[in-house]
Design a binder for this molecule. Structure first.
Ligand code: ATP
Ligand code: MG
Length: 273
């Protein structure tokens, strides 16, 4: 027999509200998966999981906010989406500057406000605020930004959800320093740093995930790059891999290394042979 309590339980935990189901957006961010190329990746996921658990338990504050920061292309959005997805919170909403192109400051603030208001209605909610500095219209030349949006976001990042409700806010940014200057950093429960790949071994780990290069090719690449500086974000690396896929297998290794060097991701210091 189904009683009222069952119904209420289902309402709170099982039914995904139509306006909150951002599952598709999360899948889009995660389309290429997460490759564990180094211990920092597993570290971020472990710390992130602990924080999502902290957001879930009843005896702590109702709000946990996490900043996921790192250089452009380092994989911040995908990692945030992974944490949001694995949190398994029934209400997940993405707040992304891409969805607010052309919005006035006021419209943007109202939209952000609405996302938080919707979240407060659910027992367990997760909001992914992607690319905070873009949301704030921050431009490195200037520097100018939307103070109205900043103030709105600051208030929402500090506001406890209504009693009994739990909210996890995951934010991403490539400009930690800027957020520091805006006095936003202290609003976060925790800050997780996403690094670029910096070791030849890490790069090789990624290459080995694809059938693009033969074992000999990978060996050749490793010999060329070991002892040199590598500095590349995972998103950039995946793009270079896509590019290499389009080239003749005979010149693939050289093309890949040349491209890496051109893009400033690899410093061989000599000519590649
Ligand atoms: P931007 O600075 O432009 O916002 P970003 O740092 O948010 O970029 P993402 O958009 O998350 O980077 O792109 C990372 C891409 O790499 C995604 O396609 C993701 O599926 C893939 N990926 C593979 N392995 C990882 C990993 N360990 N961490 C993060 N992303 C990964
Ligand atoms: Mg991003």
């Amino acid at each position: 027999q189904v009683c009222k309590d069952d119904f209420l339980h289902a309402l709170e935990y099982d039914i995904k509200p139509a306006f909150g189901a951002s599952a598709e957006a999360l899948e889009h961010f995660l389309a290429r998966g997460i490759i564990t190329w180094g211990s920092s990746v597993s570290g971020i996921l472990e710390d992130g999981t602990l924080l999502t658990q902290q957001a879930r338990v009843a005896d702590t504050f109702g709000l946990v906010s996490v900043l996921i920061e790192g250089p452009p292309n380092s994989g911040k959005t995908a990692l945030a989406a992974k944490l949001a997805k694995d949190s398994d919170f029934p209400f997940v909403k993405v707040c992304s500057p891409e969805d607010m192109v052309g919005f006035t400051e006021t419209a943007k603030c109202l939209q952000i406000r609405k996302i938080f208001d919707d979240a407060y209605r659910s027992q367990l909610s997760c909001i992914l605020v992607d690319n905070i500095e873009r949301l704030l219209d921050y431009g490195s030349i200037g520097p100018r930004y939307s103070n109205l949006t900043l103030q709105a976001l600051l208030v929402l990042l500090k506001k406890q959800p209504p009693k009994g409700k739990k909210l996890l806010v995951l934010c991403t940014s490539s400009r930690k320093q800027v957020l520091e200057e805006m006095e936003m950093l202290s609003a976060f429960t925790a800050v997780l740093h996403v690094p670029n790949l910096s070791q030849p071994e890490e790069l090789i780990t990624v290459l080995e995930q694809f059938d693009l290069f033969t074992k000999q090719d990978i060996h050749k690449i490793y010999n060329q790059i070991s002892g040199h500086n590598v500095f590349i974000g995972i998103k950039k690396l995946l793009a270079l891999i896509d590019m290499a896929r389009q080239t003749d297998p005979k010149v693939r290794v050289i093309k890949f290394l040349t491209k890496m060097e051109e893009e400033g991701c690899l410093d061989l210091g000599t000519m590649i042979h």
